[in-house]
Design a protein around this ligand. Sequence first.
Ligand code: C2E
Ligand code: CA
Ligand code: CA
Length: 576
Amino acid sequence: MKRILVIEDEPQVRANIREILEFNDFAVVTATNGIAGIQLAKQEQPEIIICDLMMPGLDGFGVLEALRQEPKTAFIPLIFLTARSDRSDMRRGMELGADDYLTKPFEPSELLRAVTARLNKQASIIQHYSDQVVAAKNQLDHAMHHHTITDLPNWLALQKTFNHQQSQSSHPLALIALYVRDFSAIRTSLGQTFSSLLLRDIVQRIQHCCETSQITVELISHLETDLFGVLLTEPEQAHQLSQRLIAKLSQPYHINNHRISVKVLTGVAVYPAQSDSLEALVRQAESEIVQAISLDTGVQPADIATSSQSPCGLLSSSFSLFEHLKNALEENEFSIHYQPQVDLKSGQITGAEALLRWHHPELGMVSPAQFIPIAEESNLIIPIGEWVLSTVCRQLKQWQLKNFQPITIAVNLSAQQFKQPDLTDKICHFLKKNDLSPFFLDVELTESLLIRDTELTLKTLHQFKELGINIAVDDFGTGYSSLSYLQRFPFDTLKIDQCFVRNINNNSGNMAIVKAIIQMAHSLNLSTIAEGVETAEELSFLQKNNCEAIQGYLFSPPLTASSFEKMLVLASSQGA
Ligand code: C2E
Ligand code: CA
Ligand code: CA
């Protein structure tokens, strides 16, 4: 039964409306004045409010204004009752956001028509919103299961298919891991657009090769930028298909007037014969690739990739960089840049993200996107990560001593760092050494990290939480997302990935995704920060949708410590 709230001071009119509505199967609650009406509206959440305009005390306008300011009642349709003479009042009421009006005295049929019209309109609005939410959820779901560049199923999709296959039959499975060598070097020298086109051609060839092979392929997945996985239910065919793939993919590509050849390496592993899980299956296939590279180059397998735990991503970069990276710490080639994070309510800088920079004397600036993966594969990330923590803590203390506004600094933690049982102790050590409260340290971790070693990860995160360290999920929405872990882990913040923020106003898909992420975050009591905000349009969309904070070139790129300090000086002097 639909509930209607009637706010009316005249007893006769009130009784009359009640009678008409109840006779027509509405549930009616009544209030005799404006204040009581607002209270009841909050409590009862009626479908419609009918409110007299002229009342002693708070009049109808006052009621309407109060209702629209309260989130719980802001969207309840309201019909005003006025005397026939008050035309200008009606106009003002509609301007304030009333949905309809009735002039007294009215016929029962007039009242019912007005109520039904409002209810129908409201129902269609609700339908429209829920359609939008469903569409946004579908888009989010798609984004979570597909690689951003090629739109092929990603690691999470592979995991689902694998689990499904495994639960359906005891049939063995084979995985062909396919690695495109030196892809990051190609990207560095020929650019992002070119390398995306190359990936697209590679995907087409893989698909064509699988389709024409007469071998049943369960899934072609894109696991890392330069790593693909082909899942088969006929392991005996895997080597044959893998040879075909190498032959097809090694033929030259013609892109934008360039002729380019790539070297492709494959590894094959079988479940359950060689591995007892998907992770083990990928690891096994990857280690075959490592062997192949080693044979090819004479470099020891241990120097190509020493990480035995990381399925996919093991091999994502050329390893000459690795040789240089080994010496970078000793040679003092690292520094940290700080990118301001701005609170959207206050407009204040509330913190910064610490971003590592590597300046090599010959190579110049090397992007962290290139060297962090190598550092992770080789465990060099452990000493490098400690250097970051220690430098950040020391810097933060210096800023605190200068009495700027309080800020937090966010440090990126990688999966390898999380594998150390004493990670919390190490962080505490740096905090203590600098006499810093954990309150001022944020950590950012990526989704991919969370699906591995869940027990240890969960334990470490709870330790952080107890200390008061703020935990943010980085690059949210890309990669391995699963909504269930959001409830399982004690996060504070979701960092909305730049790919969703980019050009938000021209991309309805991204709009829906960003809205859905913010809503979901709020419903889980998490705050949101959008990264990669470059335009005023992006900013205003985020502001409108109640995103808490932003980070991006629009406000500032990452800055050297001294430039960031200048910004703090300026902010402090303006705040004072
Ligand atoms: P991230 O954590 O997602 O960092 C954000 C990246 O976006 C940074 O790239 C930043 O410079 C860039 N960025 C910021 N604002 C904008 C913008 O408005 N537009 C665009 N197009 N880009 C923007 P950066 O510094 O190259 O870092 C790349 C990645 O390297 C980081 O991604 C992070 O995953 C990793 N990284 C950086 N420092 C560390 C570190 O100390 N430890 C670990 N484990 N990883 C790090
Ligand atoms: Ca980050
Ligand atoms: Ca990020």
